[in-house]
Design a binder for this molecule. Structure first.
Ligand SMILES: [Zn+2]
Length: 372
């Protein structure tokens, strides 16, 4: 253990964490592959973070550590103008094991045009996207000013411990959910740009890569949802998170394609047809995914929960922007009733379509034609 790790542990202990341990491959019971994954990613985390900051022209001082803990979790906080990110070893291992099963299944069954030859590439991609979504989520909490919402100089062990909230507003469920929504959305936008950079010109290629990206996202939400019982106190449930993340992904793809609006819509419909594959895989591997993802996607509560969070978020932006290294646009809250009515109508059409045996793609085509 080096000095940096030693002082990090002291810091955690000082703020109430019991017996934190830095991950040490020599003392772990993981397989060689699993130890190697943790080791290699740990070595590159700070470099990845640095690049994310350089791209924005900011330079926050961030240190990242892997804690030896089987519970799936990641958290961040500020202490003395220095930001810290900690990820539990159980997070990497759980993600790696599930990514292996998924990539084998996709390669063995020729899903979305992948073949046996893609097995390793699939594993690396799913694991990488999922891991980077976790890292980017914590990074966004930092640069969007969320960690600084605690009463300085006291420390906010973000997401690590419920009883350490220092900020009055943090005790409000919707306020916390809104913070999580921002971290999720901005992480998704960053990662979507990477997906686009990894993809060639063709829509088919983009669809293949997006399938892997979406699976990585649902896998990430699932490992947190399954393993951290207090998680729902901080985060919206997986289907709500996916709902706004899918919108953020679509928006990023739309913006990056310099086309007429109509063309972008066509493209997004084509791309979204991968949802049939994603949902089929979630149902095929029910033990890999959170129970919430197996429930109906036409559930109106998902939309209601999203709109509640969205409306809480307009207050959150004002608070967080006071500290943010990367302030975001403020916005007004929405008229919930009118929006819900529109969503209910759309859902009615989609569920009618589903009842008559149409796929997601066909149902959306139908919806599109009705809206014209
Ligand atoms: Zn978070």
């Amino acid at each position: 253990m080096n000095n940096k790790e030693r002082s990090f542990l002291k810091l955690l202990s000082k703020h109430g964490m019991k017996n934190p341990i830095i991950f040490d491959a020599g003392k772990s019971f993981y397989t060689q592959d699993e130890n190697n994954v943790i080791k290699s990613i740990s070595e590159s985390i700070e470099e990845i973070l640095k690049k994310m900051s350089q791209a924005r022209g900011i330079a926050p001082y961030i240190s990242a550590f892997c804690l030896h803990d089987e519970a799936v979790n990641a958290f961040c906080f500020i202490d003395d103008a220095h930001y810290y990110i900690a990820i539990h070893s159980g997070t990497y291992v759980e993600l790696f094991r599930r990514s292996q099963r998924l990539s084998d299944y996709i390669a063995d069954n020729g899903i979305a045009g992948y073949t046996e030859k893609d097995r390793i590439r699939l594993l690396v991609s799913i694991w990488n996207y999922a891991f980077k979504m976790i890292l980017a989520h914590e990074y966004m909490h930092i640069i969007l000013g969320h960690c600084d919402l605690s009463n300085k100089p006291s420390l906010l062990l973000w997401e690590a411990k419920n009883d350490l909230y220092e900020c009055e507003a943090m005790h409000d469920r919707l306020y916390r959910h809104a913070l999580e929504m921002f971290a999720d959305e901005f992480a998704a936008m960053d990662m979507t740009r990477q997906v686009l950079a990894n993809t060639g010109e063709s829509i088919d290629e983009l669809k293949k890569e997006l399938l892997v990206f979406y699976l990585a996202i649902v896998l990430k939400f699932s490992i947190f949802d399954d393993n951290v019982p207090f998680n729902e106190r901080h985060h919206p449930r997986p289907r709500v998170r996916l709902y706004y993340i899918a919108a953020a992904i679509d928006e990023t793809i739309g913006k990056s394609m310099e086309m007429m609006t109509e063309d972008v819509n066509c493209l997004l419909f084509a791309v979204n047809s991968i949802w049939d594959d994603v949902l089929a895989i979630i149902h095929r591997f029910q033990d890999l995914f959170s129970g919430d993802l197996l429930r109906s996607w036409l559930d109106i509560n998902v939309n209601e929960e999203y709109l509640e969070i969205y409306n809480a978020a307009s207050v959150v932006v004002k608070d967080a922007n006071k500290f943010a290294l990367w302030p975001i646009d403020e916005y007004a809250s929405l008229d919930m009733d009118a929006l819900l009515q529109a969503i209910i109508e759309e859902k009615g059409l989609l569920s009618e379509a589903a009842a008559s045996g149409l796929s997601f793609e066909e149902a959306n085509d139908l919806l599109d034609r009705r809206n014209l």
